[in-house]
Design a protein around this ligand. Structure first.
Ligand SMILES: NC(=O)c1ccc[n+]([C@@H]2O[C@H](COP(=O)([O-])OP(=O)(O)OC[C@H]3O[C@@H](n4cnc5c(N)ncnc54)[C@H](OP(=O)(O)O)[C@@H]3O)[C@@H](O)[C@H]2O)c1
Length: 281
């Protein structure tokens, strides 16, 4: 049995769908069963639980050999899952993480390092997926694209090896099917190419068939705009810090991990924009 946490999210939902497509027994951890219709439709078992409540995790863990661990990445919550996996005799955790480091200026990257260290120390077999930025982050800009034909950000001219979160789900599913071959390994999944936000605007213009422009903001302007758009202040601050790093080249890396692991190319941004045209148009 494979347990997928964050199963209603971008990565978890795709991992569940693909694992079920391959006939694997999957249990999806959800905190709100009302959001689980697609998971049930795909044939997953549901476990209703919360990452803050270890008893619910222990119940979800019964008979589980492999865990796909994806969540917003709060250390106490993910360590709850890891400790529950140890108690329950699970063998392997596929952990979704980012380009994390203990000395990162961004709190959520330091948190990921703390979780990774807890997983490694747990004695469980593990695989780390240190993903580049998700293309789906750009969906937050879709309302501006739709209304004004332009979007703004503080990523400057920095380029990103951005990945479609569906491909992260596909990589996680692939590893969960045969985890032993990936034990102790760290992968760095990316999309197929490096793109700046100006490149993103050019692809959107082509796919949507009308000119879309990119306007550069300072980190302070961007943080204020994200707060105005409704993001909690700490999240807006971490995003602005991440965008400043992107502007300085921090996300300008591409690997062959997705094609190597999946035997097919990673989805391009053009493919992503085509699939999500309705959201941008
Ligand atoms: N965004 C990026 O560019 C990027 C890049 C690299 C790595 N990552 C990593 O990707 C991960 C996020 O993945 P994602 O984008 O798939 O997340 P997501 O779409 O935001 O989904 C988060 C999932 O966690 C669930 N969840 C949240 N709090 C919970 C709780 N207390 N108990 C049970 N479930 C809970 C949510 O359930 P509900 O539906 O009920 O809310 C949802 O299913 C993070 O570890 C992040 O560091 C992100």
């Amino acid at each position: 049995m494979i347990l997928v946490t964050g199963a209603t999210g971008k990565v978890g939902s795709e991992a569940v769908r693909l694992l079920r497509q391959r006939g694997m027994a999957v249990r999806a951890l959800v905190r709100d069963p009302a959001k689980a219709a697609a998971l049930v439709e795909a044939g997953a078992e549901l476990a209703v639980g919360n990452l803050d409540t270890p008893q619910t995790l222990d119940a979800a863990m019964a008979g589980v050999t492999t865990v796909v661990l994806v969540s917003p990445g709060v250390p106490t919550q993910e360590l709850n899952v890891i400790h529950s996996a140890v108690r329950s005799g699970a063998e392997h955790v596929v952990k979704i993480t980012s380009n994390a480091s203990a000395d990162s200026p961004i709190a959520r990257r330091r948190w990921q390092t703390e979780i990774e260290a807890g997983l490694i120390a747990s004695g469980l077999h593990y695989t780390l997926l240190r993903n580049n930025a998700y293309m789906q982050n750009l969906l937050a800009l879709a309302p501006a694209v739709m209304k004004t034909g332009s979007f703004s950000s503080s990523t400057g001219v920095g380029r990103l090896g951005m990945i479609d979160a569906r491909d992260v789900g596909a990589v996680a599913a692939e590893i969960a099917v045969s985890p032993a071959a990936h034990a102790g390994k760290t992968y760095w999944p990316t999309g197929p190419e490096l793109l700046s936000y100006a490149d993103v605007a050019a692809v959107l213009s082509q796919v949507l068939g009308r000119p879309i422009t990119y306007r550069e903001l300072s980190p302070e302007e961007d943080q204020a705009a994200m707060i105005r758009a409704g993001l909690p202040e700490p999240v807006a601050e971490m995003n602005a810090q991440a965008f400043a790093l992107v502007a300085a080249g921090d996300a300008a890396w591409v690997t062959q991990d997705v094609p190597t692991l999946l035997g097919r190319p990673a989805r391009s941004f053009e493919q992503f924009a085509t699939d999500y045209t309705a959201v941008f148009a």
